[in-house]
Design a binder for this molecule. Structure first.
Ligand code: FEO
Ligand code: CA
Ligand code: CA
Length: 629
């Protein structure tokens, strides 16, 4: 194994020879999104040297690989006239932050430009903020400027990148570069748009909203747009504690309750005050669609896909050419969903295809999953007037079914899962894999007991479940399922670990999950800061990325991150010779952001010597070979 210092990671060159090799490969591949397969090459699957579990404070990759920091929080992201540089003391203004890389990088995709694999658009989410790092003087006193800077530090970045003989670099300026953040104007589309629960004083039409935040996992459409998922939106809505008793059952279920907010946005931006504008929170918790190739295009919130703490919007196509989107809802005992479009996808991924498919995500059927004990399962339709979802059960119309999808899932009897995170579709078999990250409330008094799909009480470690749609058709309403892996440390007393093979490295709290076009499954972990290296997680090292070959059942640890970080978001270039991976919240010792940062990555080697910064890292084999080999 090799542990790179921050300086080495930044300066490590990729050989010109390798660039030329990948250029040749690029000539024969086109853009490939999820669900599209390259011919399977004799690619030495999982041939790399496994990385041991380690608590080393740096990015550790196999010795045959090299890693390079590409795009840290605060990196300029814009056009030539507006590219303020990062101030290490966090003195950048809210206006600066609006044109700089956001914090807490998450889901990400590489879109090839002009069919090339050495130049493309890297589009990524910025999930949440660490306010103590974001502002020069920390959180106190909380101000309007800090509220705005915080909003600007979340959302999505679009950057242009190219492979040079010095490695991957951000192209600056780029006509594609832009930030979509917590105050960006966007459109609301689909069946809930314009309906009463979506209307606010500022937008009586219920069809326009400022911003997106809590952007966690993602998806890619066949027509070349990026889907970003609004996960923990609830923590930004609040208000005076006295208003809490007026919260409705739906507000309690979604966690939008006055007094329970994480940040006091409401004191300086009235729309976040639930006691005054309760409908504003209905306008978050959606999948949003962004056209990365058109920097002037307005992002769109797609209400037909349902509102939840959105995790993943993984796309594949049905046998008859419609789009299926798989989604998880990351909270304990929440559900897994599928949307199937009404209309067929117009083929292609150029501008004409994006125009032809511009409304495709607005009409279709939303389902929620039930996993039966016999290894079979059902997709249950969430439609007003069916399966008991109607006025009598509290839904005035289909808009309410979508806005309160969690409550509709209760009515139809969906299976309460152990925190569904990312979903990945095998590019050839169509098998669907989901990470269930963990759920220590399972089996606790008053909580649901273990069941077949969530078989562990006090589920400390999480696992990966998978299913095959009947007839290998993503439009099917039935499927068969099994466990791909029940994760954890087999040495931990009482641990029930079941792996797909004996040749599997251990891990816990799986979260990020993505197939590359060659059918390798990249698994990323998110053990919370306080849990890392202690108790049940003592032997698992820092958060990490593993590579699995479902055909053999082998799972090998590929990368381990710095102290305190989560590894989340990855994308492999179409030639499979570069991998981009996000290092989120290095140095985070506590989930609430308190405590002293235990890492200064990537700018310093000693904790406390620099503000830790989330960053994108580019990884390549030193010989220019296929990643994962
Ligand atoms: Fe943002 Fe559920 O992870
Ligand atoms: Ca996640
Ligand atoms: Ca997680």
């Amino acid at each position: 194994m090799i542990a790179l210092s921050p300086t080495q990671q930044r300066t490590m060159p990729f050989a010109r020879r390798q660039f030329l090799q990948s250029g040749a490969a690029a000539a024969v591949v086109a853009f490939l999104g999820e669900g599209c397969a390259l011919p399977r090459a004799a690619d030495g699957r999982l041939g790399f040297t496994p990385v041991p579990a380690t608590l080393h404070d740096g990015v550790t990759v196999p010795p045959e690989y090299e890693a390079q920091v590409l795009y840290p929080w605060g990196a300029p992201t814009g056009i030539a006239s507006s590219m303020p540089t990062f101030s290490p003391d966090a003195s950048n203004s809210a206006a600066d932050q609006a044109v700089q890389a956001g914090m807490h990088h998450d889901g990400m995709h590489f879109f090839a430009l002009d069919g090339r694999t050495d130049r493309g658009l890297l589009v990524m989410n910025h999930e949440y903020t660490d306010e103590r790092l974001l502002h020069a003087q920390g959180m106190t006193p909380w101000t309007e400027e800090k509220t705005r800077k915080s909003l600007h530090a979340m959302g999505v970045s679009v950057i242009e990148v190219e492979l040079t003989n010095g490695g991957w670099r951000q192209v600056l300026p780029s006509r594609y570069a832009r930030r979509v953040h917590g105050a960006t104007a966007m459109r609301i589309a689909g069946p809930a748009a314009g309906t009463p629960l979506m209307r606010t004083a500022a937008n009586p039409g219920g069809d326009r909203v400022f911003g997106t935040f809590g952007n966690c996992a993602m998806g890619v459409t066949p027509w070349g747009t990026y889907l970003s998922c609004e996960e923990n939106f609830h923590g930004y809505f609040g208000g005076p504690k006295e208003a809490a008793p007026r919260a409705t059952p739906a507000q309690r279920r979604y966690g939008t309750v006055s007094g329970s907010q994480w940040l006091d946005y409401w004191r300086f931006d009235e729309r976040f005050d639930l006691s005054k504008h309760p409908n504003e929170a209905h306008r978050f918790g959606w999948v949003i669609e962004i056209d990365p190739f058109d920097p002037g295009s307005m992002p769109v919130k797609r209400t037909a896909l349902g509102r939840k703490r959105q995790e993943s919007a993984t796309c594949t196509q049905t046998r008859d050419g419609r789009l299926a989107v798989y989604m998880g809802d990351d909270s304990a005992f929440e559900y897994i969903y599928k949307f199937v479009s009404r209309d067929k996808v117009h083929p292609g991924n150029g501008a004409a295809a994006r125009a032809a498919n511009r409304n495709l995500l607005d009409e279709g059927t939303l389902y929620v999953a039930r996993y039966d004990a016999d290894g079979r399962g059902q997709w249950l339709e969430l439609r007003h007037g069916r399966n008991g979802v109607d006025a009598a059960s509290g839904f005035a119309d289909q808009a309410e079914v979508l806005i309160h999808a969690r409550l509709a899932g209760d009515v139809v009897g969906a299976t309460k899962m152990d925190r569904p995170e990312w979903i990945a579709v095998h590019p050839e078999s169509g098998e669907v894999y989901v990470t269930l990250t963990h759920n220590t409330q399972r089996g606790a008094p008053g909580k649901p007991a273990a069941d077949a799909a969530n078989p562990r009480a006090n589920n400390l470690f999480g696992g990966i479940l998978r299913w095959s749609e009947s007839g290998q058709d993503a439009a099917s309403t039935t499927f068969t399922w099994d466990h791909f892996a029940l994760a954890g440390d087999p040495q931990w007393p009482g641990a029930d670990t079941r792996y797909p093979s004996a040749d599997a490295d251990t891990f816990g709290h799986p979260d990020g999950l993505r197939f590359d076009s060659g059918g390798l499954l990249w698994i990323q972990t998110d053990m919370a800061g306080p849990a890392i290296g202690k108790g049940p997680m003592a032997a698992l090292g820092n958060n990490q990325m593993l590579c699995a070959d479902p055909a053999s059942g082998r799972i090998k640890r590929f990368l381990v991150g710095p102290n305190g970080c989560e590894i989340t978001g990855c994308t492999v270039t179409p030639d499979r010779r570069s991998l981009f991976v996000n290092i989120q919240h290095p140095g985070e010792t506590r989930e609430d952001g308190s405590g002293t940062a235990n890492s200064a990555w990537p700018d310093g080697t000693v904790a406390g010597s620099a503000r830790p910064r989330s960053a994108t890292v580019a990884v390549r084999r030193r010989d220019g070979g296929i990643v994962g080999s």
